[in-house]
Design a protein. Structure first.
Length: 364
């Protein structure tokens, strides 16, 4: 096991495209660290630089305290699991799992012990004599994990390993990955664009965009306290709602106002300077207004229901409010019809105010 430290790491391609810019991040010993962001944000390039598959343009990489910039991939004590499994089609499962060990001149007796041990852990005992073509997608991914685990590396690197699986199997494999990490305790850096994977697997999450780090923290910290509008919008499904308006102070109270909607602000938002701002609210922070709420216009948001999605434990209400389309996730189940008027309240304790120019969260 080892700590992985990237200090001011950048990657610039010959065509002058900067894929990663001044990247500073440490994956602690035994941590499950997730790099998450949209396609093209630089997360896979970062992973490949750690693996030694991409050259570092500037900055330093240390693995277990040892400078690794110029080390060959085989000398970095890392094992990588790829999106497309990267199994040898002409080899049986046993030989695929043994390949990395044999390449390092491990004795055949030790190879057998390690492969059988990992096969038992991953439920692959009955598949050792099969070739990849005879396996399902989930079984192939287990073999890819098994090949990495059998090497007993100091660091696991995983590049969207579940993206080729169907939705149900992804849930199963997520659970198995979490159990495996708990058992092995190996430092793991995991790349994904799937925010659900990031939020459920990561001890910490590093949100990236356009080659730079936007925020690093626990899943709860990043979700509840996004540092800017991008992070707030990227994490969460459905994503955070935004309303353009103005923060004003009247008498002793502060409020956010846009059109007919006036929201009294709680203490953490009162410190925000008055002026134009953007209110951010997560779908689950809305509720259908009660008769008691209807008596007071403050804090009441009214619009037209355009789409209603029933997702089992809740309903997603897509509501047109002037020029904005908001999504509310509510557990109430009254009879509602598309085209009807809907009144909502929002928990201002969980709302955020963002700078309309920089996107910075003014309330953290």
């Amino acid at each position: 096991m080892a700590e992985v430290k990237l200090d001011s790491v950048s990657k610039v391609y010959p065509n002058k495209v900067k894929a990663v810019d001044d990247f500073n991040l440490t994956a602690h010993d035994g941590e499950f660290l997730v790099l998450v962001g949209p396609s093209g944000c630089g997360k896979t390039t970062t992973l490949r630089m750690i693996a030694g598959l991409e050259e570092i343009t500037s900055g330093s990489l240390r693995i277990g305290g040892k400078l690794a910039n110029d080390l060959e991939p085989k000398d970095r004590s890392v094992a990588m699991v790829f999106q497309n499994y990267a199994l040898y089609p002409h080899m049986k499962v046993f030989d695929n799992m043994a390949f990395g060990l044999r390449a390092r001149k491990t004795s055949e007796s030790e190879v057998k012990v390690r492969v059988l041990e990992v096969a038992e852990k991953l439920g692959l005992n009955e598949l050792l004599d099969r070739k990849p073509a005879a396996l399902s997608g989930g079984q192939r991914q287990r073999v890819a994990f098994g090949r990495a685990i059998a090497r007993r590396p100091a660091v696991f690197l995983m590049d969207e390993p579940l993206s080729n699986l169907d939705a149900r199997l992804r849930v199963t494999m997520r659970r198995e990955l979490a159990i495996l990490h708990r058992e092995l305790g190996t430092t793991t850096i995991y790349v994904t664009h799937d925010q659900v994977e990031a939020m459920t697997l990561g001890d910490r999450v590093c949100v990236m965009n356009e080659g730079v780090i936007r925020q690093v923290g626990t899943p709860k910290e990043v979700y509840d306290h996004p540092v800017d509008r991008f992070v707030g919008e990227f994490l969460g499904s459905p994503s955070m709602n935004f309303l353009e308006g103005e923060k004003t102070d009247r008498d002793v109270d502060s409020c956010f106002a846009t059109g007919d909607f006036v929201l009294p602000l709680r203490q953490h938002l009162k410190k925000v300077p008055s002026g134009k701002t953007i209110l951010g609210a997560r779908p689950e922070d809305f509720s259908l207004a009660s008769s008691e709420n209807m008596d007071s216009r403050d804090g009441l948001l009214e619009g037209t229901l355009e789409v209603l999605e029933d997702v089992g434990e809740a309903r997603l209400l897509h509501i047109r409010v002037t020029d904005s389309l908001l999504v509310a996730k509510v557990t109430e189940r009254p009879d509602l019809e598309v085209g009807s008027k809907v009144s909502l309240t929002v928990d201002s304790e969980r709302c955020h105010l963002f700078d309309p120019d920089t996107g910075k969260n003014l309330s953290v």
